[in-house]
Design a protein around this ligand. Sequence first.
Ligand code: FAD
Length: 402
Amino acid sequence: MTAVQSFDVAILGAGLAGRLAAWQLVRQGARVALVERGSPDGSGSAAYVAAAMLAPLAESAIAERRIVDLGIASVDLWRAWLAQLPEPVFFQEDGTLVVWHARDRAEMSLFTSRVRAVSPPELVAQRMRALDGKGVGEVEPALAGRFPQGLLLAGEGQLDNRGALRALLSCAVSEGVHCVWEAGEVDVASLPSHGIRARVVLDCRGLGARAAWPAEPGKDGHGAMPGLRGLRGEVVRVHAPDVKLHRPVRLLHPRYPIYIAPKPNDLYVIGATELESEDDSPVSVRSALELLSAAHSLHPAFGEARVLELNVQRRPTRPDHLPAIRVDQQARVVRVNGLYRHGFLIAPAVTEAACAVVSALLNDEPAAHAVPAALRWPGMIEAVTETPALAEAPVGHTGLLH
Ligand SMILES: Cc1cc2nc3c(=O)[nH]c(=O)nc-3n(C[C@H](O)[C@H](O)[C@H](O)COP(=O)(O)OP(=O)(O)OC[C@H]3O[C@@H](n4cnc5c(N)ncnc54)[C@H](O)[C@@H]3O)c2cc1C
């Protein structure tokens, strides 16, 4: 029988949110266990395939103001946190370049009007710059002469997703986080069988937590929506030493909009499809053709790129496409989810709020969901009492977070 060890916090899921939270909590002095169904490389997570663009303005063309605000706060946190990790992680804030083929000009008006409608006007004024063809070539010499117009969204960021996952984990482990890998499908109730007893459980299982997010009644007469659903995303990872792009480039297109995110060593992530589907089978030929043709239309040197990976993952998505933190004070369970297509953009601010709630629970504060760090994001954090089927409580014992 597995001997049971006691921890302050057990974190379920070592994807993006789980690693960020483990790193923060252990540095605050908590004894942390991290339990993951997959392996330390994170290959079972959405975070592993992500382009990891940190683009609040570009995303505001399809997202709400809440995402822009969380994104701005999170990019500041990434900048500070990555600098504290002992391993360097590729991170840049050189902006996003947006381009379109001449026949798709209408897409640009749509894009800019959506950005203006959602983002704070001062941010738009500061960061959005119209470019002529010469300007496009100055920003990205590889695209000189290829696009008569473009937009530079200055200051937007990007990081190396796999490098960040690796560095966060190795730092968390060196600070004392206890990890259990290849644990299978873990939930709150099964922790003791993995040798873990915890005063608080933080659920960061992404789509793996679906059973803990029950269906919600639909709005405006629509039927019930799943509390958490997967949105299929397909990406291609290529090696393209002849391309030489320095920052993420988005190609506007009425049917096949794509982004191309450069990674270290001439690697590029080309993505991404977004399909309302729970299917996690391999990338379809249609999607691969669309992504690669669009990349080739952006720069012909992609024709000589080598395809390294074709990846699929599903983005964990709430009915309103916004992140949520649920706090069951009595059961001492905190659940973070719904990072959707913005996990890298917003996870630092979201997990910072979740960790503040966890600390409040460890300190036996009576309304943990209402600590100041949580109130900063009204509506994101909800106090709940889960049904017995969901709320298998961890063993609670009192004591302050040291
Ligand atoms: C194709 C694609 C491109 C993306 N591009 C970007 C981008 O450019 N910018 C951006 O901001 N975001 C992007 N995202 C979104 C981002 O990757 C996700 O929002 C983020 O990874 C979600 O983080 P998470 O920790 O909630 O889930 P995940 O990262 O998926 O981690 C969940 C972890 O929990 C583990 N787990 C699940 N169930 C269990 C269980 N029962 N027991 C134990 N462990 C379990 C999983 O194995 C996994 O390791 C992209 C996503 C996709 C799919």
